[in-house]
Write a protein that binds this ligand. Structure first.
Ligand code: HEC
Ligand SMILES: [Cu+2]
Length: 438
């Protein structure tokens, strides 16, 4: 019997030719295939998106060629080297071919090093800190993003002040407002579990880990610069998605990036009206409450038909005032609603868990801070939610502040919005006091 143990597989010229032809076909085929990719990718809406897509093409081409080459050679081998009729032998045994092994180790190593270098370059280039970020009116302001089950909240720390000298913070809820050319630099955090802030059109995605940055936790930043997309009308809207499974409402954890044409459109359609609304709250607490409640993430857990809320993590708030008086013996409807918001753990609605986020004057997350005045307005609004409200609607102006005082010991200043000359005592001479009182 012939000894085949020391055989080295010979590489015939024919095999080399077949491989080369196959490689060529794979390269051409994959290149053609990638021409369909733009159809499935969203707009390239940021300056960073082009390089990310280029990297994606490179990975597609290399991955595709490897895939077709290996699967193709496998198919050819299965057919060409199949057992012929009557052949019941084991076939020849081959042991090692140093040249072949060196080649198939060196080529993939080079490919991997190449990909690592290209990816690293694109990553550092896209995440590099920029000089003037979040420019609004000549100032670099802070834009914060808070992730919570199951909503995103964006807050703008403006350079404007209210009559009491407090810095005005705009809360734009699930919307990030920006404009073409603004170097966006977000500071992100999560108040509960891991979430991931993903804006597909901007080609950015960032995981958020729990932990207070002030206590050594992980501060997270995300940077991108919106660019003009041909054929788009401005303001343009792009979705924000949570890309980390975070609970039963994960699928609802969405938001919108709104890109304005330029800074003046941004100021006129978003920034100035938002500041104006904060400086001139409606005098009617119910109207103010309707405005305030939409600045918080209540919509991410509750149903409320009046405001088109559809989430079901918490009980429906439709007609909540009709039930509020009977929930806890000895507690008035006003006291119950106020307690449900600032101290939601005090009473568990049957059938629901303690999942409600903490709201109050000194909670850690800026997006959830709620002053006694804001609580007053929100309770006043929720008191109108029902056919036969249990609240004392005749005397809402005293009943609700009294309830807040009884339960939490805070005195509520109910004079908000009654000041007609808002801004008169604004400490910052540049603040737009004149415009707002007209
Ligand atoms: C993370 C989800 C979540 C968010 C966000 C949330 N809630 Fe709730 N809420 C719940 C759950 C769950 C309950 C019921 C369990 C309990 O009472 O502890 C509840 C109960 C309530 C109740 C009592 C309802 C009843 O039928 O007795 C009120 C009122 C309420 N929430 C108002 C609010 C307001 C106002 C906000 C925003 C400022 C808000 N919630 C934000 C989950 C949430
Ligand atoms: Cu999430």
């Amino acid at each position: 019997m012939e000894n085949t143990r020391s055989n080295t597989p010979s590489i015939s010229p024919a095999a080399v030719v077949v491989t080369a032809v196959f490689l060529l076909v794979s390269v051409i085929g994959i290149n053609w295939f990638t021409t369909f990719v733009p159809v499935v990718l969203p707009d390239q809406a940021s300056a960073e998106s082009k390089s990310v897509d280029e990297l994606f093409y490179i990975l597609m081409i290399i991955g595709g060629v490897v895939f077709f080459l290996i699967q193709g050679m496998l198919l050819i081998s299965v057919i060409a080297f199949r057992a012929r009729p009557g052949d019941h032998s084991d076939g020849p045994t081959y042991q090692g071919n140093p040249l072949l092994e060196i080649v198939w180790t060196i080529i993939p190593s080079m490919v991997i090093v190449f990909l690592a270098v290209v990816s690293y370059n694109i990553w550092t280039q896209n995440s590099e800190p920029k000089a003037s970020v979040n420019l609004v009116d000549g100032n670099s302001i802070a834009i914060n993003v808070n992730g919570a089950r199951y909503a995103w909240t964006h807050t703008y720390v403006t350079e404007r002040f209210d009559p009491d000298g407090n810095q005005i913070i705009i809360n734009s809820g699930a919307e990030l407002h920006t404009y073409i050319g603004q170097n966006v630099d977000l500071t992100l955090g999560t108040q509960d579990v891991i979430h991931s802030y993903w804006v597909p059109a901007m080609r950015v995605k960032q995981d958020l880990l729990p932990g207070d940055p002030a206590k050594g936790g992980r501060p997270t930043e995300l940077r991108f610069t919106p660019v003009r997309v041909e054929g788009r009308e401005y303001p343009a809207e792009y979705p924000i998605v949570c890309a980390e499974l975070c609970g039963d409402g994960h699928g609802r954890m969405r938001g919108t990036v709104i890109v304005y044409e330029d800074e003046s459109q941004f100021l006129a359609e978003f920034y100035e009206p938002a500041i104006h609304a904060i400086l001139n709250p409606p005098a009617d607490p119910v109207l103010r409450g309707e405005m305030e409640i939409q600045n918080y993430i209540c919509n991410s857990c509750h149903i409320l038909d009046r405001l088109d809320w559809t989430a079901t993590t918490g009980p429906s708030l439709n007609g909540v005032a009709d039930r509020a008086g009977e929930r806890v013996p000895g507690q008035s409807a006003e006291e119950y609603i106020a307690t449900s918001i600032w101290n939601s753990g005090a009473f568990r609605v049957p059938g629901y868990d303690q999942q409600m986020a903490a709201f109050g004057p000194d909670v850690m997350e800026a997006a959830n801070v709620m002053s006694p005045e804001q609580l007053y307005a929100i309770v006043a609004f929720l008191c109108t939610e029902g056919e036969n409200s249990d609240c004392d609607m005749e005397n809402a102006g005293t009943a609700i502040p009294n309830a807040i005082q009884t339960v939490f010991g805070y005195e509520v200043d109910i004079t908000f919005g009654m000041d007609s000359d808002v801004g008169a005592e604004t400490p910052d001479a540049e603040a737009e006091a004149g415009d707002d009182s007209s």
